[in-house]
Design a binder for this molecule. Structure first.
Ligand code: NAD
Length: 252
């Protein structure tokens, strides 16, 4: 695993415990030679990701943190530095996807302000705080860096539900452009993934087969987007092959 286009790079992936979700990126980056920090609120699933990578011959560490807990975010960056000495890649991927919260995120007129705050703070402020903790370490490393933010089509359009999830992802899109501009002098790039419905195991269990068929029928190739398709784009954006690409929203 020391060969590959990410050899020598250290990558933090938040939401890295979701091995059957977009956290599958962890294993893809490891296969490309990166050392991976799988960061998640769920310590067990993060540890499982790191163990799978190590069992396959890669280098990985699991860190428990919470997007809503600033001290844990600072500790995440410190633990990555203590373990591996540098940070080159940050995939800001964790979000409040809680099955307890999602059903409460409906129309604006029914919005509970506590639900708004919980989702917006985790998704938007959390992304900012992880970035704020990591970028000084990237700068200190002197080799630039790559930030990839997981956004959503819900941040680009109006919908009848997901009235805080969507705006929180819209905020991430805007944040991506601000970060790209502010960090360019340090050769740190920042891009966002504007994802469609991605057929993770979590979504497969929530959707009926009819709903999945409907989503798939509206795609150009009549094929579902899967976590592996997202991970391939993350690997590219994390690599030096994308060295001139920054401030872009990637509609996958
Ligand atoms: N699956 C889709 O269709 C889809 C579409 C568009 C965007 N997305 C985005 O992709 C990302 C990953 O989603 P997924 O589908 O893999 O979902 P998922 O629920 O499988 O993964 C989310 C991960 O984030 C972690 N997490 C949740 N709250 C956290 C917190 N407060 N602090 C730290 N970690 C926390 C969870 O434990 C989980 O491992 C999210 O940003 C989501 O909004 C997903």
């Amino acid at each position: 695993m020391s060969e590959g286009r990410l050899a020598g790079k250290v990558a933090i992936v938040t939401g890295g415990g979701s091995g059957s979700g977009i956290g599958a990126t962890c294993e893809r980056l490891a296969r490309a030679g990166a050392t991976v920090v799988a960061a998640d609120i769920n310590e067990q699933t993060a540890e499982a990701t790191a163990t799978r990578i190590r069992d396959a011959g890669g280098r990985a560490l699991a860190v428990q943190f919470d997007l809503l807990d600033s001290a844990s975010i600072a500790a995440l960056a410190e633990t990555a530095m203590a373990g591996f000495g540098r940070i080159d890649v940050l995939h800001n991927n964790a979000a409040n996807t809680s099955p307890q919260v999602f059903p409460k995120d409906q129309g604006i007129l029914d919005m509970d302000s506590e639900v708004w705050d919980a989702v917006f703070a985790a998704n938007a402020r959390g992304t900012m705080e992880v970035t704020r903790a990591v970028v000084p370490r990237m700068i200190a490393g002197g080799r630039g860096g790559a930030i990839i933010n997981t956004s959503s089509g819900a941040g680009q359009m109006g919908q009848m539900a997901m009235s805080v999830y969507g705006p929180s992802k819209g905020a991430i899109n805007a944040f991506t452009r601000y970060a790209a501009l502010q960090f360019a002098p340090h050769r740190i790039r920042c891009n966002a993934l504007v994802l469609p419905v991605v057929l993770t195991r979590g979504l497969e269990s929530l959707f009926t087969q009819e709903q999945i068929d409907d989503v798939v029928s509206r795609t150009p190739f009549k094929e579902p987007t899967r976590p592996a398709d997202v991970a391939a784009v993350v690997e590219f954006l994390a690599s030096d092959d994308a060295r001139l690409i920054t401030g872009k929203l990637w509609e996958i």
